[in-house]
Design a protein around this ligand. Sequence first.
Ligand code: G6P
Length: 489
Amino acid sequence: ERQEARPYNRQRLLVVANRLPVSAVRRGEDSWSLEISAGGLVSALLGVKEFEARWIGWAGVNVPDEVGQKALTKALAEKRCIPVFLDEEIVHQYYNGYCNNILWPLFHYLGLPQEDRLATTRSFQSQFAAYKKANQMFADVVNEHYEEGDVVWCHDYHLMFLPKCLKEYNSKMKVGWFLHTPFPSSEIHRTLPSRSELLRSVLAADLVGFHTYDYARHFVSACTRILGLEGTPEGVEDQGRLTRVAAFPIGIDSERFIRALEVTEVIQHMKELKERFAGRKVMLGVDRLDMIKGIPQKILAFEKFLEENASWRDKVVLLQIAVPTRTDVPEYQKLTSQVHEIVGRINGRFGTLTAVPIHHLDRSLDFHALCALYAVTDVALVTSLRDGMNLVSYEFVACQEAKKGVLILSEFAGAAQSLGAGAILVNPWNITEVAASIGQALNMTAEEREKRHRHNFHHVKTHTAQEWAETFVSELNDTVIEAQLRISK
Ligand code: G6P
């Protein structure tokens, strides 16, 4: 029997992600202050207006005591958030270890950790056990709050084991899983010791989504080659049960950025920035300080440009906002020192008594400061070595209606498939090519900038976060019905 889909505005959506969209600071034994945080995933899901969404995830803090946990749960409930409490050891093994030291680099083609192989193998096993345990803890919380008719949407590489845990609780639960990173070639996924178990648990979902068609294709190939299952144009079939696999490219809430440019504070910021950098072209990088973002490569390309174009040396400045992230993982600590060293060297080499070529900030900016920066930028540099989508490129474009600046974009970011026609696409590993595109961008005619911007702006405005989420959720509803029909045939 075909079940009637409930109208979206009455349907509950349980969004399950490793991180809740809040930062929580403890103010006393039973008091917390909460702030809604910004970021790729967060801004995307904030765009969903038509669902009654609940968020389930980790609050990013260790709360060992019951009083604290109760108080935080209560405070979060006002923001429609439900916490999963993870202790320090689990965070270390699951989040720092398996998620950020194994899956994250692997999915971005950086391979598995290479240090002491034996030690890695031993810790690999305990980290994978912790990963499964953490996923089970998320499943417990979802199960506790689940009501019939809810749609459950699991997010990202942290929760690949979750669809299976949820279906074990309730096979009728509508479960979707979306990956925000690339899914690598099956040849890369094959190297992962837990390759089959992870694929099988993801396949327990009804709908599996990726940013691009290529990632979806890699996933289906991994299932056919590693698990020996049948890949069809619709997804992956296992003994008559179909898991739908498709591409759902994410977007941003572009209106939020466009509107922000009219706020007095932003206009004031823009004025200050323009005065500060008068007579110089502004180039901008905004990245989490992560090895996948290609920050050293970007800065080296900028150095090469300065080296070869002496006349530009006092006429251009690179502002690099490097938001600290995952600071407990040694690889990230190493990267921070490496970037500082390169920036120091280049500023020493090309700086003058009055100006330096690179302003490097190890911090995040608030939303208004960020919008102002995007708006005054002449050239944005997104040089990710691999990136699921990269929404910084979208945010930049949304803020450039007046200026029509140029976007230099890595061909290895998912966004290259949507903004490729308007951006200058580069291979971030090719420093010579990136340096040349900096020159091309700085010298581009107003006419060409306008033409390229038009293309990208139209795309960013018409492919929003809200549309992304609505498409995924409505397809998730239909997929369950299809799967049931298929089985009853
Ligand atoms: C990426 C991931 C997200 C993650 C974010 C920030 O965009 O896909 O799932 O939340 O990075 O990283 P963090 O480890 O601080 O949550």
